[in-house]
Design a protein around this ligand. Structure first.
Ligand SMILES: *Cc1c(COP(=O)(O)O)cnc(C)c1O
Length: 461
């Protein structure tokens, strides 16, 4: 299985190359040269086994199926629910797909746990060591720390904005006790952290010297790993499903599209991306224009995204895999801040099964109250954006499945504000508070972060 770039100017690579590189060298995103046909899960097939089969189709010759089975068993053995991504019924024809039973209580664990296993496996084979850098506004950093803590062949450096993430989010990153995880608390905001990481990757010399890699939401292995729970949901519920996906960078929703393209959703594919007041994605779908707007803070911070990065993969598909059209669109967007999508893309977009809608802040909080009244359950603000969007959709015979992307316990302040109740913290998270936190404060400059990374890379040489 070869991987090609959506911008058409990078050499094709294999699964290992696409995973370890993240972004393609031409600035594009890796996609498989063609979508493999994968058999839907058999009745009773365990989650880790389905995951191994699906990842094997994407890995091709790079990793034998038997090895992937071992890696998936390890990755998903860390979850507190044996089904990994169980479905619970929330209404007459509605379900929640619970993606928050991993170590850090958010769906990022599902991809990150297996990515860490795959990285360590590939690096063990090649005899390399990698320095993984990630900027986080909350969930990604914790998931990466939990997954990479103790990895034998990779170090992880997390940049987070000091005192701008919630206490529980910080605990997940800072209490791993692993000496291959470095937490840098920068005196700035998330955009500062992200800009530093981006500049660091722009310095090719530094990248190759310290062996830098990223695990952000454009990594193909994340998309592949997330397509698994669409397949298991379809197998469990049967019939025609309508997924509602709380969305930021659109990695999660794109994974549903990929599952459909691989034949994993025989009931047909329909998915609605639910976004918060940062509505770039819903403007893309509903106006056909890509336009820049800076991100605003909302009750669902993991979705405060101004440019949904995975949309590029969908654009590649709906232009008929026209890399020149994709490159031109993004070049014009970078220069002008606004660009209409190619005409052919706009008409084909409406045939993908994907659509998008936006929910404002007060409706999100109102939804958390209403959902509690209807089911007795507390949901996280991201999930509430999804259930609020589901409520607005026209009636349908399809079973509605809202992706519950985080546990309420991860956002206690917002849950209490909306409902007056404090969510119960699961035991696995509660024990963290007793551990000592380890993080280093640093000025938000490229030079300071680089120096710290060089120092770590040079350790023991
Ligand atoms: C990351 C995240 C999202 C958004 O997922 P994308 O793949 O970026 O669209 C939604 N909810 C939660 C809780 C998240 O952590």
């Amino acid at each position: 299985m070869k991987y090609i770039s959506t911008r058409g100017q990078a050499p094709a690579t294999d699964f290992a190359g696409a995973c370890l590189a993240g972004l393609a060298p031409d600035g594009g995103l890796y996609v498989p040269e063609s979508f493999p046909k994968i058999a839907p899960p058999a009745p009773g097939e365990a989650y880790a086994g389905v995951a191994a089969r699906i990842l094997s189709a994407f890995a091709g010759d790079t990793i034998p199926l038997d090895d992937l089975k071992v890696l998936c068993a390890r990755a998903y053995g860390t979850f507190s629910h044996q089904c990994v991504a169980p479905l619970t019924q929330s209404g007459p024809n509605a379900w929640l797909l619970e993606l928050h039973h991993g170590p850090t209580l958010a769906f990022k664990d599902i991809a990150m746990q297996i990515i860490a296993q795959i990285y360590d496996y590939l690096l063990d084979r090649s005899g390399e060591r990698m320095m993984i850098v990630c900027a986080t506004s909350g969930d990604t950093g914790g998931a990466a720390a939990a997954a990479f803590a103790g990895a034998r062949h990779a170090d992880l450096v997390i940049l987070h904005p000091h005192e701008r993430i919630s206490p529980i989010q910080r605990l997940f990153m800072t209490t791993t006790g692993a000496d291959n995880v470095i937490n840098l608390a920068l005196d700035g905001d998330f955009d500062d952290c992200q800009a530093i990481v981006k500049d660091m990757f722009g310095d090719r010399d530094f990248v190759s010297r310290v062996h830098l890699s990223g695990v952000n939401s454009i990594n193909w292995a994340r998309v592949a790993a997330q397509s698994v729970y669409y397949a298991t949901s379809q197998a469990a519920l049967g019939g025609q499903l309508r997924f509602v996906v709380p969305s930021g960078n659109m990695g999660d929703a794109l994974a549903g599209y990929v599952a459909a393209r691989c034949g994993l959703l025989p009931g047909g594919f329909e998915a609605v991306c639910a976004v918060n007041e940062n509505d770039a994605l819903s403007r893309l779908f509903n106006t056909g224009v890509m336009s820049r707007a800076s991100a605003v803070a909302t009750p669902s911070p993991a979705m405060d995204i101004s440019v949904p990065s995975n949309f590029e993969r969908l654009l590649f598909e709906v232009t008929g895999r026209d890399a020149d059209a994709v490159r031109t669109t993004y070049d014009r967007y970078r220069q002008a801040g606004e660009v209409p999508l190619p005409e052919v893309a706009v008409s084909r977009l409406s045939c993908t099964g994907l659509s998008a809608g936006s929910i404002n802040n007060s409706d999100t909080l109102e939804e958390m109250r209403r959902f509690l009244g209807e089911t007795g359950w507390l949901i996280c603000p991201h999930t509430a954006v999804g259930t609020a969007e589901a409520r607005r959709l026209p009636a349908s015979d399809a079973k509605t499945v809202v992706l519950a992307t985080a546990a309420a316990a991860k956002f206690p302040e917002t849950v209490e504000e909306a409902t007056g109740q404090l969510p119960v913290v699961p035991a696995r998270a509660a024990v963290l508070a007793a551990r000592g936190e380890v993080f280093e404060r640093l000025e938000p400059s490229l030079a300071a972060v680089r120096q710290r990374i060089e120092q770590h890379a040079g350790r023991g040489r």
